[in-house]
Design a protein around this ligand. Structure first.
Ligand SMILES: NC(=O)c1ccc[n+]([C@@H]2O[C@H](COP(=O)([O-])OP(=O)(O)OC[C@H]3O[C@@H](n4cnc5c(N)ncnc54)[C@H](OP(=O)(O)O)[C@@H]3O)[C@@H](O)[C@H]2O)c1
Length: 389
């Protein structure tokens, strides 16, 4: 590791980095971001970059420092260039004070940030406010950024840092899917796969608050009972594995004792074979809402389901919901979610030390992403950039 140098004048630490060494001009390294300059496997293409303090924000903008920034599955798809919305490249993160040799994309879409400086025409925010992002692909894997005030929301009171940092993507997806299609009532049954995902856990809790029963499916694992107990502690009514769907007796038992005439709403973030198997438990004219494809397999369904059982297939994308709803509606949704007092997802905070080199930090992030990509990681990883001093 290259040693860090403290600047006597500013008392800020200068982190030696490749670009600084090549250009022979050392850089004031108050900030850091996790970036990529070409699309590909995130555990290979990500690097870390350091940049100086942000200049004062322009008229309707805010400077923020990030407190926690989650790594969500879609963030990895964006880096792989396999996601619908694309990131915007940046050539400098501090208005040209330190130009990068080539344009970079900053990773991350979700995060909790604190306002550190406001532009002259900002009226709705003040220094110290805590905000979350509603603009897609804002590049939240950074210690500090300049944001437009229309792209953030103040967080409702009473949320923990982890709940606030993870409130804009998964809980609203769960909430909206339960309210935008077949709106289930107390006593109804909703079926879902990927039930241990952050969205799945939010579905379980939101449904349980309304007395809606949930039939949940997860991948099998050696400690399956502890996962079942955990999901039941959140309010899951039934938890099975996809392997159970291969067992005729278990399926018959689920049909007779749980689904009876079948369920009318199914939420899918897995696709592939397990999802096809689950459709056997649907009622006639049921709605299947797809919002993810964690198996990376297509969703192939028998045509007979459409002809004889009138299956309705829909999709949901929270980003589109944000585009189509006003700031007031977004704030209202955040307030509703905060009032539900959802349990924090199981999480782990990855502290990125201010005194570590860019390469060490990049290696930390790449290796945790490689482990997430193996599957069954079981917890949401949130990045925390520790200050350089
Ligand atoms: N459409 C939208 O607006 C929207 C919004 C939010 C999220 N999403 C999508 O929802 C999904 C879940 O997101 P999240 O943040 O809640 O996830 P998460 O907490 O990171 O959990 C990932 C989930 O995917 C499962 N999984 C991983 N690899 C799998 C595979 N090969 N086959 C089957 N299951 C697999 C995991 O199960 P194991 O524990 O068995 O690995 C776990 O349940 C993602 O596809 C995400 O992109 C969509």
């Amino acid at each position: 590791m290259l040693p860090s140098i403290r600047c006597r004048r500013t008392n800020l630490i200068r982190r030696p980095c490749l670009s600084a060494r090549l250009s022979t001009s050392s850089v004031l390294l108050a900030n850091r971001a996790i970036v990529y300059s070409s699309f590909g496997n995130p555990s290979e293409v990500l690097s870390a970059i350091t940049y100086p303090d942000l200049p004062p924000p322009p008229s309707k903008s805010l400077n923020v420092k990030y407190i926690l920034s989650p790594i969500n599955p879609a963030d990895l798809n964006v880096i792989e260039n396999k996601y619908h919305s694309k990131p915007s490249p940046v050539s400098s993160l501090s208005e040209g004070r330190h130009k990068f040799p080539e344009p970079h994309y900053v990773g991350g879409n979700e995060g909790l940030a604190e306002v550190t400086e406001v532009g002259p025409d900002v009226t709705h925010y003040k220094v110290g406010d805590r905000v979350v992002l509603t603009k897609q692909q804002s590049g939240t894997w950074a210690s500090a950024r300049t944001l437009h005030e229309d792209d953030v929301l103040k967080i409702p009171v009473g949320l923990s840092e982890v709940n606030a940092a993870t409130i804009t993507v998964n809980p609203p997806t769960a909430y909206n899917m339960l309210h935008s299609f077949v709106e289930p009532k107390e006593g109804d049954l909703v079926m879902q796969n990927g039930a241990n995902s952050a969205v799945g856990q939010a579905v379980i809790q939101i449904a349980a608050r309304k007395g809606i029963r949930t039939l949940n499916f997860v991948r099998n694992r050696p400690d399956i009972d502890s996962l079942k107990n955990y999901l039941q502690s959140l309010g899951a009514t039934h938890v099975f594995t996809y392997d159970d769907l291969k067992d005729k007796e278990t399926v018959q038992n689920i049909k007779t004792t749980i689904t009876k005439k079948g369920t009318s709403l199914m939420l899918n973030c897995v696709s592939g074979e397990p999802t096809k198997d689950m459709t056997r438990l649907l009622a006639d004219s049921a709605t299947l809402v797809s919002y993810g494809a964690m198996s990376k397999q297509p969703l192939i369904l028998p045509t007979s389901l459409f002809i004889f059982r009138d299956l309705r297939c829909r999709g949901f994308w929270q980003s589109k919901w944000y585009e189509e709803h006003s700031i007031q509606q977004r704030e209202e949704l955040m307030k509703t979610l905060a009032e539900l007092k959802l349990r924090e997802p199981e999480y782990e905070i990855l502290n990125l030390k201010g005194t570590a080199s860019d390469e060490e930090v990049a290696q930390q992030v790449r290796s945790v992403i490689a482990k997430i990509q193996e599957g069954r990681y079981g917890r949401k990883v949130l990045l925390r950039f520790e200050p350089a001093q």
